[in-house]
Ligand binder design. Structure first.
Ligand code: BEZ
Length: 211
């Protein structure tokens, strides 16, 4: 059955460019981003993997591990990494899963047969320390992703996990948040003693809580 938000991210063992990985053990108590790309030695993927390497510090700050995946052989991936370093100004500093047998791709529904029955589309899974899927995205092979958006979502998810706030349309880190509906006004008085602005009883705005 197709995976959904809230499901446990399936565990697996796989080869990667940094050695064998047992996925849940590798996540440990971090957050994780698993992202697939269609193929080594292709232009859009080259830009994405290089850019993601440049963002590694941002993910580290948020306690998020990153791991890529393609259905290529390890040797191809390792040779391609040299090109990425040469052309994108960043050496890939996270593992890539070598999913030649499509075991992980099939487990995560990364192959969309009506797009291609041999290559993965561009998926992103954000997984929490509880190993549950928090976000799933699928992009076509021809469109590079916006990884800043993924950081924005991680910031929102981590705020929700810690403070029971949600984030409004186009929210950016540092901007006002929303008290989630599950928190009553009485509970909110304890949680947010500095108060909030009620626009409607269901739309209560507060400054972003400090981490
Ligand atoms: C790319 O990464 O450039 C790409 C891969 C597969 C299909 C189209 C583009």
């Amino acid at each position: 059955m197709a995976l959904r938000i809230g499901d446990i991210a399936p565990d697996f063992k796989a080869k990667s460019t940094e050695g064998d990985i047992e996925f849940h053990k590798w996540i440990n108590d971090s957050w994780a981003i698993l992202f697939s790309h269609p193929k080594s030695f292709t232009p859009v993927c080259t830009t994405e993997l290089g850019y993601m390497a440049g963002l590694k510090n941002e993910f580290d700050k948020r306690n998020v591990k990153i791991i890529g995946l393609s259905v290529d052989q390890t040797d191809d991936q390792l040779n391609w990494l040299k090109d990425i370093k040469e052309t994108q100004g960043n050496a890939v500093n996270y593992p890539l899963i070598c999913d030649t047998e499509k075991k992980v791709s099939n487990l995560y529904g990364m192959i969309h047969p009506n797009a291609s029955d041999t290559l993965t589309v561009r998926t992103v899974f954000v997984i929490g320390p509880d190993k549950k899927i928090k976000l799933m995205l699928s992009y076509p092979a021809s469109t590079g992703r916006n990884f800043e958006e993924i950081i924005r979502v991680v910031d929102s998810l981590q705020l929700t996990a810690k403070h029971q706030v949600a984030t409004p349309v186009n929210w950016k880190n540092g901007e006002d948040c929303i008290i989630i509906p599950a928190v009553s006004d009485d509970e909110a008085k304890t949680k947010f003693p500095k108060g909030w602005k009620t626009i409607k009883p269901y739309l209560r705005i507060i400054p972003q809580p400090k981490n």
